[in-house]
Design a binder for this molecule. Structure first.
Ligand SMILES: Cc1cc2nc3c(=O)[nH]c(=O)nc-3n(C[C@H](O)[C@H](O)[C@H](O)COP(=O)(O)O)c2cc1C
Length: 338
């Protein structure tokens, strides 16, 4: 099976909201985008994707002809490839009512262990999602990290305690879910957190602590003050604030402010190994990809995830080679231009 066949299969199973497009960029689905939907005016997901397309690559073929190595040490884990799958809390309402996010999280953990990447999962709102997904991570050597919604501190602390006893390599809080329309519609209380609150949560965790939803140097510095071992530069795929800049736009200023003090992950519209290269050149240590991983799973389950990740890997390999980078730490801003 190739990627186009995988998309044909995905269209049969994914439900009416997602068209499983050749490039997942929010153009065909706009405000109906599963996830569920970009916040008005509905262009946030597209803006994220478009910003990566505006960056060009600088070729440099006067370089030693060695093998490319995409391996890295990340939050205490050895990865073969700088990719973490995006956390997903639920898929029933957004995609196919017959599907269960726990099956997805299990297959992600299994594929991630095989492929040398890391996984992530959301705590969702359906009972059992969190505890089952913790178990799946443990079953595959602690390959995943839970990303918790900003519910009450008490609820987060209970979930951190469960994660501490399970096998996860890190855990985090997604602070931007404070703006998620579907949580508000369901009357679920999720809100912003102060530096002090986040620091207290960080102290409860026995594994590296991650803050997801950072979109400025100002917020990144507060995350560092709170003790974040990693931040995720993310606007939740354009779903939490209209007129948010694209993540590629803010990544350089965030990297300038906090690179070296905390690990930097970025998500939002990253669709190819070329986009991954651009993200690393702008200062990210690793990237997160969400929707295409899910689409690939709908196409062919765990094998679909493997097919996509191997495609990304081949693309990153090729670009690194052509731009003169033989290892990830060789990648720098001189290798791209706007
Ligand atoms: C169906 C769906 C569910 C999601 N659930 C969560 C979640 O529970 N927690 C979270 O931090 N992000 C969640 N996200 C956001 C993604 O992790 C990611 O930040 C966003 O989709 C941007 O990445 P992408 O452009 O690669 O999809 C969800 C996204 C989708 C599509």
């Amino acid at each position: 099976m190739d990627y186009n066949q995988l998309l044909i299969e995905a269209r049969k199973h994914i439900g009416p909201n997602c068209k499983a497009c050749p490039v997942c960029n929010g153009l065909a689905c706009g405000n109906t985008m599963p996830g569920p939907g970009s916040k008005a005016p509905g262009n946030g997901a597209y803006d994220n994707w478009k910003a990566w397309q505006n960056i060009r690559l600088t070729m440099d073929c006067i370089a030693p002809a060695g093998e490319v190595d995409t391996g890295l040490e990340f939050l205490g884990r050895q990865l073969d490839f700088p990719l973490i799958t995006g956390p997903i809390g639920s898929i029933k309402w957004q995609y196919n009512p017959e599907s269960d996010v726990r099956d997805f999280n299990r297959d992600v953990a299994s594929a991630a262990a095989k492929l040398g990447i890391a996984g992530a999962f959301g705590d969702g709102i359906e009972p059992g999602v969190y505890t089952d997904s913790l178990r799946h991570s443990a079953d595959f050597g602690g390959v995943s990290m839970p990303i918790l919604n900003p519910y009450s501190d008490e609820e987060i602390k209970e979930k951190i305690a469960l994660a501490n006893e399970a096998g996860v390599f890190a855990l985090g809080v997604v602070i931007d879910s404070a703006g998620l329309p579907h949580l508000r519609q369901k009357g679920i209380s999720a809100g912003t957190k102060t530096v002090e609150q986040l620091r207290t949560l960080r102290e409860c965790s026995k594994v590296p602590f991650v803050i997801k939803g950072v979109m400025s140097a100002k917020t990144a510095l507060k995350a560092v003050e709170a003790g974040a071992d990693a931040i995720i530069v993310s606007n939740h795929g354009g779903r939490v604030l209209p007129f948010s800049p694209a993540t590629a736009e803010v990544l350089p200023e965030i990297a300038d402010a906090v690179k070296g003090q905390t690990k930097i992950i970025v998500d939002g519209g990253i669709r190819t190994g070329i986009d991954i290269f651009k993200a690393l050149a702008l200062g990210a240590d690793a990237v997160m990809i969400c929707r295409p991983i899910l689409v690939s799973w709908y196409g062919a389950g765990e094998q679909g995830i493997e097919l996509l990740v191997n495609k990304l890997r081949a693309e990153l390999d090729d670009v690194m080679y052509m731009c003169g980078a033989r290892k990830l730490s060789d990648i720098n801003r001189d290798m791209i231009r706007f």
